[in-house]
Ligand binder design. Structure first.
Ligand code: PNS
Length: 165
């Protein structure tokens, strides 16, 4: 288990500028970063997993985030099993608020109890503090402009692809 290999997990439904900011910071800190799209059964999904993977890859490329970055999905069970498969010793999460701390802390403790893996919390740029995928889903679903909150490929997809144009 290497502390130089990190996993950045999430629903990424869709990826936001906040997600990309955390991925950029993780890529600067770790030798290899696995960005892993995980199905969260507690959330009603907007995009299929394959679409989220494609949007993440396009967004990482468009934002020229450098480093050894692997984009993958995981639906085979516990996230810590994915981390073990790729020899990752760290999970990285972005923390925007006290609400995120309350949401993430139990998961971090459970993951540590399950596999001895640590979770590192990174603070995104305050410009992204109010951005969430759920808000983006709601605004996009009601026809609003989400350009300020998402990377270019996601904005273009939500503007055209989601309407089948
Ligand atoms: O972006 P999200 O929806 O807040 O991400 C939550 C996610 C997908 C990272 C979390 O639900 C998760 O790790 N799910 C995988 C299943 C698992 O390992 N559960 C036990 C520890 S939380």
């Amino acid at each position: 288990m290497s502390n130089r290999i990190a996993v950045v997990p999430g629903s990424f439904d869709p990826p936001t500028l906040g997600h990309l900011d955390v991925i950029r910071r993780a890529a600067a800190l770790y030798d290899t970063v696995h960005v892993v799209v995980v199905h969260n059964p507690d959330k009603q999904a907007m995009l299929p997993i394959a679409q989220r993977l494609s949007l993440l890859e396009q967004s990482i490329s468009e934002q020229q985030i450098s480093g050894d970055i692997v984009v993958a999905s995981w639906s085979m069970g516990l996230l810590v099993d994915y981390a073990a498969d790729v020899n990752a010793g760290v999970l990285v999460k972005g923390i925007r608020s006290q609400a995120d701390v309350a949401y993430e802390t139990p998961m971090a403790i459970v993951n540590r109890n399950l596999a001895g893996i640590e979770t590192v919390f990174l603070l995104p740029d305050p410009a992204h503090t109010l951005v969430s995928s759920s808000l983006v889903r709601q605004v996009a679903g009601l026809g609003g402009d989400v350009t300020p909150y998402v990377p270019g490929p996601v904005a273009r997809f939500l503007d055209t692809g989601a309407r089948g144009i």
